[in-house]
Write a protein that binds this ligand. Structure first.
Ligand code: GRG
Length: 294
């Protein structure tokens, strides 16, 4: 399969759905809606929603049926980016090649844009009852909430903040990565299949796939923060070093980290070995996650 064609086709599908689902700048409060659209519609990879669509396809489902949940996953992701960039967290000026949300709209509006995106996400998932079985929507709501809050992304962010400037055990670094970035990537890898009626074995395989690509993604992110091209990544490199953060390269060096990322890609492929050719997009995405330049 041609991965580049697949990714650009799915990105177009998601961008058009996001444009439809996000509040219009003509509706009140206009400035909030402008701030939301500024960050969500900025050029991002759309990795999480693409994974959700590919996950539905992997179990022979129609990916268009899960578009509301796929867009919800991007809303949750962008909420985390906007809040992570705030002065009280990483205090970053650039994201996705543009000024960060608070630099343009101010801190209060950026915080509220993140809050509105997080809640809009759950509204969108609930709206998915229009196209898939209600019991599956409830299962997806539970899984995605769990991956987002204290048991997932928010929990990982807290341990990350508490670990800054400290010498931490490798176990703690694994916890941070698995929760802060891994949990939402895993939920995205499972959500599509869950919604279109995937069976227990398929859901388990996709969960293992998601955990492995989640870890591979974060190791690649650690590597890109050292050797990446700032223009391609859309934000300054070297921020981990500047923030005194523990990373895979600090524990294992660049070559050791690259090898570990590739091992995780192989684990992801092994996990979905029993799925049919319909899972080929997921197979190709696993490789892309470590070979990407941004
Ligand atoms: C709950 C406030 C809060 C934060 C959660 C996920 C997270 C913690 C913060 C996001 C910031 C960050 C730098 C995370 C580490 C790696 C990561 C998720 C990078 C950005 O994701 P990409 O590369 O971005 O998929 P695009 O822009 O392509 O969508």
């Amino acid at each position: 399969m041609n991965l580049n064609e697949y990714l650009s086709d799915r990105r177009a599908m998601i961008d058009s759905a996001l444009n439809k689902f996000l509040p219009s700048i003509d509706a009140r409060p206009q400035r909030l809606h402008e701030a939301i659209r500024y960050s969500v519609l900025a050029p991002g990879k759309r990795l999480r929603p693409i994974l959700a669509l590919a996950s539905a396809e992997a179990v022979n489902g129609n990916c268009e049926l899960v578009l509301p949940t796929a867009c919800a996953l991007e809303c949750i992701h962008v909420f985390s980016l906007i809040h992570d960039d705030l002065p009280c967290m990483d205090d970053d000026d650039y994201r996705r090649g543009r000024l960060t949300n608070h630099k343009v709209y101010g801190e209060a509006m950026a915080m509220l844009a993140g809050d509105a995106l997080l809640t809009l996400a759950f509204e969108l998932i609930a709206d998915n009852v229009a196209t898939v079985a209600p019991d599956r929507v409830v299962m997806a709501l539970k899984m995605i909430s769990n991956a987002t809050g204290t048991w997932g992304m928010v929990g990982g962010q807290v341990i990350d903040i508490e670990s800054e400037g400290k010498s931490i055990e490798f176990e703690t670094l694994k916890y941070i990565h698995a929760h802060k970035t891994g949990a939402l990537l895993t939920a995205s890898s499972v959500a599509g299949a869950l919604l279109v009626g995937g069976d227990d074995d398929q859901i388990e395989a996709l969960t293992q796939y998601g955990k492995s690509i989640g870890l591979a993604f974060q190791i690649a992110d650690d590597i890109l923060d050292i050797i990446g091209d700032q223009d391609k990544i859309g934000k300054p490199v070297g921020s981990d070093e500047g923030n005194d953060k523990a990373t895979y390269p600090k524990f294992f060096g660049l070559d050791g980290s690259r090898q570990m990322a590739h091992n995780e890609v192989q684990n992801a492929l092994d996990a979905i070995a029993n799925l049919s050719h319909a899972a080929d997009p997921l197979r190709a995405i696993a490789g892309y996650i470590v070979d990407r330049e941004l």
